[in-house]
Write a protein that binds this ligand. Structure first.
Ligand code: URA
Length: 230
């Protein structure tokens, strides 16, 4: 074990994953305040082993007033190093996709299903290409954070990026090729209002197969139309 990893593991041992509960219910407090509290809870989270191996937690980024929330799968190498979602190659493409319909990183909110980098070899966070999909246990352990973020933000629309985010939020294993572009509804729980949800492809899939850009462009036009409604 490297010295850096030993330090991280030591730091993780006595940390509590829960954020200190506030006496005021989240729904009646400013979104920025609740999101900051959730980010602190995520930074201290040890509900699954990803918390001990990561370099940084990646809670989410964007505007507390966002009308659109993009949800990806989980952080990779670049996100683990910078503490911000979608900052690598996929992220640059996501920025362009958003720009194509007049959205920016500052105007939306971007988060992931899991908040820490799932690694094939968790002893070496400095290795590139050390990525794997999150396990069902990791997803289940992390899921509460995302729902709490959605309840704090109350976005008008959630756009899921890729098969994993769609499958987890919709509890629907239909292939992404069949569900993308079809509007659905998402219940974030605890009595919060349902949120419109649009599944589309993950930017990484577009990098592998540029033919998918046409479908994503169609999905973005559908999103733009929805956002233009009063
Ligand atoms: N892919 C994701 O799903 N999320 C990120 O934050 C980066 C890449």
């Amino acid at each position: 074990m490297t010295r850096a990893l030993r330090r991280r593991v030591a730091l993780s041992d006595d940390s509590d994953w829960t954020a200190a509960p506030s006496p005021v219910p989240a729904a009646s407090r400013p979104a920025a305040e609740v999101l900051a509290e959730l980010a602190a809870g995520i930074a201290a989270c040890r509900r699954c082993p990803l918390g001990a191996a990561r370099i940084q937690a990646v809670p989410g980024v964007g505007s507390p007033q966002a009308r659109v929330m993009f949800v990806g799968e989980g952080p990779g190498f670049d996100e683990d190093h910078q503490g911000e979602p979608f900052v690598g190659r996929s992220g640059k493409l996501l920025d362009k996709i958003m720009e194509s319909i007049g959205l920016s990183r500052a105007a939306v909110y971007i988060a992931n299903i899991v908040k820490c980098h799932p690694m094939t070899d968790p002893t070496d966070p400095e290795k590139r290409g050390n990525d794997r999909p999150p396990s069902p246990e990791e997803i289940a352990a992390c899921r509460g954070w995302l729902d709490a973020q959605i309840r704090a933000l109350r976005p008008r629309v959630i756009v899921t990026l890729g098969a994993v985010a769609a499958r987890v939020l919709l509890q629907d294993a239909t292939p992404i090729t069949r569900i993308r572009g079809r509007w659905r509804s998402y219940d974030p729980g605890e009595g919060a209002p349902p949120v419109l949800l649009l599944p589309t492809f993950h930017p990484a899939a577009l990098l592998r197969n540029p033919d998918l850009k046409r479908d994503v462009w169609s999905d973005m036009k559908s999103l733009r139309e929805e956002l233009s409604k009063p």
